[in-house]
Design a protein around this ligand. Structure first.
Ligand SMILES: Cc1cc2nc3c(=O)[nH]c(=O)nc-3n(C[C@H](O)[C@H](O)[C@H](O)COP(=O)(O)OP(=O)(O)OC[C@H]3O[C@@H](n4cnc5c(N)ncnc54)[C@H](O)[C@@H]3O)c2cc1C
Length: 461
């Protein structure tokens, strides 16, 4: 790969792009190169801030001709920092964040650089929503292309199960439409296969009538955690699809609305999102029967409020190291391991979450889209998080040791959006039987592997 930029070509690119072309000598460079995870510190040669589809076409053509590594950034939230690359080119889509709602058809057309909060804001005005993640600053782009799970997934599936169509700029600079009846192989691949196939400039998503939910946490002291987790592992898969709760080990933040006596206590909890009041009350009573909660902070709230409830706790610029796995069962031995590592969480923001992916997610088969673990019940993430770079090693060591202890109880692969740079075998384990088909589709749409700064699917030879 060459890293020497052809300056006249860069000047020509400036005249082609509506957005900025940022080089290391520009004042805006330091901000433009940064991603959400401050553990990632990369220095691209160029950041191309695209504002239009034409910008994206010009940027892709430039990167291909320059023969430089290319990273595509949606929301920049990827833990492994896949929205940045050393000495290469970054296509930054954050200026393309428009959302258009069709309330009659119940669809949203979302530009490739929009954040979850942009979609929630626009759809909520019409009492509509679709499943996506739990922090509103996450990019729709990376989240959707990896699968996308969130509070509404037990009822309405993964984000990709609600994807109706996408516009994609391919490696050769052409713009194609992908849906069930156009470029079907590409449409299959982008539903879980990540950013391997091109730059998605627009996603069309199905929306559902969701306006308010019963949301918030129930918390228990860590001494109750074994009983609560054993109850939860049996309760959640059998619960109605209107009752969603992700299980968490956490440290109570040192701020209101949390009572002072709980602040900075390590605890376990369930964060609920329920769309049926009567079923929710039954679930809360059943949970309280297991052990007396230290806090039951559930209330009726606007769906976008729940979607952004953790934003302040997880701002841009923290150190992140995470590991994930898909989980079907949580035997007693795994419960004990969980509690052991929860007691040793290395910082206030560090956590373990078990996100349910049963219910509606399992009504689609594992070969119907690239996302291949639909027979699992949870997508687990162990996240070491802290503001202070001096704690980076402690975060990493805790997350890796915890993950290694639990991995034998997992299904073998992880959600592609919860992976660090873990090697090709882990990428293959993510896709299992779908990997070979993905590699063939990659060979058709990106034979030279221009889109390689991702959990990379190598083109079949
Ligand atoms: C705090 C936090 C909470 C999270 N919670 C959830 C959750 O609840 N549910 C969940 O499913 N995931 C969750 N995630 C994981 C999240 O889905 C991934 O981090 C995802 O990669 C973020 O997408 P992004 O666009 O912000 O990332 P980026 O770093 O911008 O991109 C990630 C990857 O996607 C590619 N990409 C992004 N946009 C495009 C595009 N338009 N076209 C082509 N390729 C593109 C990039 O090239 C890169 O390979 C969470 C992450 C964080 C940090």
């Amino acid at each position: 790969m060459s890293t020497v930029l052809d300056q006249p070509r860069v000047e020509e690119l400036r005249s082609l792009l509506r957005g900025d072309v940022i080089t290391p000598s520009d004042a805006a460079y330091d901000r433009a190169r940064r991603v959400y995870n401050a553990m990632i510190d990369r220095h691209p040669a160029l950041v191309l801030c695209c504002r239009t589809v034409a910008d994206v076409v010009a940027a892709v053509e430039f990167a291909r001709e320059a023969d430089m590594r290319l990273a595509v950034r949606g929301g920049g939230h990827n833990g492994a920092g896949l929205g940045a690359v050393d000495d290469g080119i970054v296509i930054d889509l954050s200026g393309m964040n428009g959302v258009r709602i069709d309330p009659e058809a119940r669809t949203a057309t979302v530009e490739g650089g929009a954040q979850l909060g942009d979609l929630d804001h626009a759809a909520h005005a019409f009492g509509l929503a679709t499943p996506a993640g739990i922090i509103s600053t996450t990019g729709i782009g990376g989240l959707t292309l990896g699968g996308g799970h969130g509070y509404l997934s037990r009822k309405h599936g993964l984000t990709i199960d609600n994807l109706l169509a996408a516009d994609v700029v391919l490696a050769d600079g052409s713009l194609v439409h992908a849906s069930e009846d156009r470029n079907e192989d590409l449409f299959w691949a982008i539903r879980g296969g990540g950013g391997n196939f091109g730059v998605v400039t627009s996603f069309t998503l199905r929306l559902h009538p969701v306006s308010t939910v019963l949301g918030g946490p129930t918390l228990w002291r860590l001494e109750e955690a074994e009983d609560v987790l054993r109850w939860y592992r049996d309760f959640q898969p059998a619960a109605p699809e209107d009752v969603y709760g992700f299980f968490a080990f956490l440290t109570v933040p040192p701020a209101p609305p949390f009572p002072e006596e709980l602040q900075l206590q390590k605890m376990c909890g369930i964060v609920w999102c329920c769309t049926d009041g009567a079923e929710a009350e039954r679930a809360f009573r059943s949970a309280a029967d297991v052990a007396e909660p230290a806090l039951h902070g559930v209330q009726e709230m606007l769906y976008p409020s729940l979607q952004s409830a953790f934003d302040e706790l997880y701002p841009h610029g923290d150190q992140w190291y995470w590991r994930g796995d898909f989980v079907k069962d949580i035997p007693d031995e795994a419960v004990r391991i969980h509690v052991d590592y929860a007691e040793r969480m290395p910082s206030m923001q560090s956590a373990m979450h078990l996100y349910p992916i049963d219910g509606a997610v399992q009504r689609t088969t594992s070969d119907a889209t690239a996302f291949s673990y639909r027979d699992s019940n949870w997508s687990m993430v162990i996240a070491g998080v802290d503001r202070d770079p001096a704690n980076a090693d402690a975060l990493r060591d805790w997350a890796i040791e915890y993950w290694e202890a639990l991995h034998p109880y997992s299904e073998g692969g992880a959600y592609v959006n919860f992976m660090m740079d873990e090697g090709q075998a882990r990428v293959q384990a993510t896709y299992r039987a779908n990997y070979d088909r993905l590699a063939r589709i990659k060979a058709r749409y990106d034979p030279e592997n221009l889109f390689s700064v991702n959990q990379n699917i190598r083109p079949a030879t």
